[in-house]
Design a protein around this ligand. Structure first.
Ligand code: 13P
Length: 324
């Protein structure tokens, strides 16, 4: 399904739809299992990195298989959207529409304003013919995500959002209010340090900017990228088992919970699942150096990701029980 109905319900209900990236079978199984067990609608996201890693054709049929898998797990009416994450050209978005994706993102946020509108409009005009919904982006997020790299963030300007949404015709809008991609979202100099634990305490999100955007576009679906929280227990397991991730820090979950209650109706999470996977794999391999069967470490990694996704759905996004 596309995102139209999912978002309308989420905006009304004060919760957010999880948008989880997937790159491999274990990740997809974990997402579907968590969503089936909690009856949460879900957006399966494919990034350009995922397409390069796993092959677009394979990912598309995996997503189709995921719908059947969900039903096998007892989820009678799965609500699953297949979404292109960070499409950067019209041709790429078109190929995903033609290929059966139900939603695409065109990320023209690095372009000048008018060019972003023109590119987004072109994608919208094509995608809407096939009832595919389109996410656009205004404002720049800092951080690194696959091929998307930006040094500095620029908050979305609330005074631009009405004009942008109206003229581009986009169905939802990703905004920049201080989230960022990856496991190192904030530089130590942007943070304070908890004197007890020595951990970085990140600066708060710009809720004033979000509130102004909501006022300008009441009821319009807003998207937050870069919303991993970088659970410190995973960072600790990774570091204790041969890893090296100093000062990895994310967006605190209470801030995301607050955002999910507002017009934010899609929250993108990728890095946290990578951390859960890596922590579990490192632990198994450290404890059992003789292990060479990938099922013996990918299995526990998958179980850990199920736990993580369920936690996000129930405790952070509030989307559990919304797709009975
Ligand atoms: P994280 O790196 O915070 O998980 O963000 C993922 C994302 O925004 C995908 O588009």
């Amino acid at each position: 399904m596309n995102t139209r109905e999912m978002f309308a319900k989420a905006v009304d209900g004060g919760y957010a739809i999880p948008a989880f990236n997937f790159n491999n079978m274990e990740q997809l199984q974990a997402i579907i299992k968590a969503c089936a067990e909690t009856k949460s609608p879900v957006i399966l996201q494919v990034s350009s990195g995922a397409r390069k890693y796993a092959n677009q054709t394979l990912l598309r049929y995996m997503a189709e298989g995921a719908v059947e898998y969900a039903k096998e797990l007892g989820w009678e009416h799965p609500q699953i959207c297949l979404h292109l994450d960070h499409g950067d050209t019209f041709e790429l978005c078109k190929s995903c529409v033609d290929f059966g994706f139900s939603s695409v993102m065109i990320d023209g946020s690095s372009l000048p304003y008018e060019e972003n509108i023109a590119l987004t409009k072109k994608v919208v005009e094509y995608a809407h013919q096939y009832d595919v919904t389109v996410e656009a982006e205004l404002g720049v997020l800092a951080g690194v995500e696959d091929d998307v790299v930006a040094e500095e963030s620029h908050y979305t300007k609330p005074e631009e959002v009405i004009d942008f949404a109206t003229r581009s015709g986009c169905d939802s809008l990703a905004i920049s209010i201080g989230t960022s991609h990856g496991a190192y979202k904030f530089k130590p100099e942007q943070c304070t340090r908890d004197p007890q634990t020595g951990r970085l305490v990140p600066p708060p999100l710009a809720f004033d900017v979000l509130a102004e955007i909501e006022k300008k576009l009441p009821g319009f679906p807003i998207v937050l990228h870069g919303s991993s929280s970088v659970p410190q227990e995973y960072v600790d397991i990774i570091n204790a088992n041969g890893g090296n991730m100093p000062d990895a820090v994310g967006v605190p979950e209470d801030q995301l919970r607050k955002a999910a209650k507002s017009a934010v109706c899609k929250i993108n999470i990728d890095s946290d699942s990578r951390l859960a996977f890596t922590a579990a794999v490192r632990k198994v391999l450290a404890e059992k150096p003789g292990e060479f069967d990938p099922r013996k470490y990918c299995g526990p990694a998958r179980d850990e990701m199920v736990k993580l996704y369920k936690h996000k759905i129930i405790e952070v996004l509030g989307s559990d029980g919304k797709a009975e």
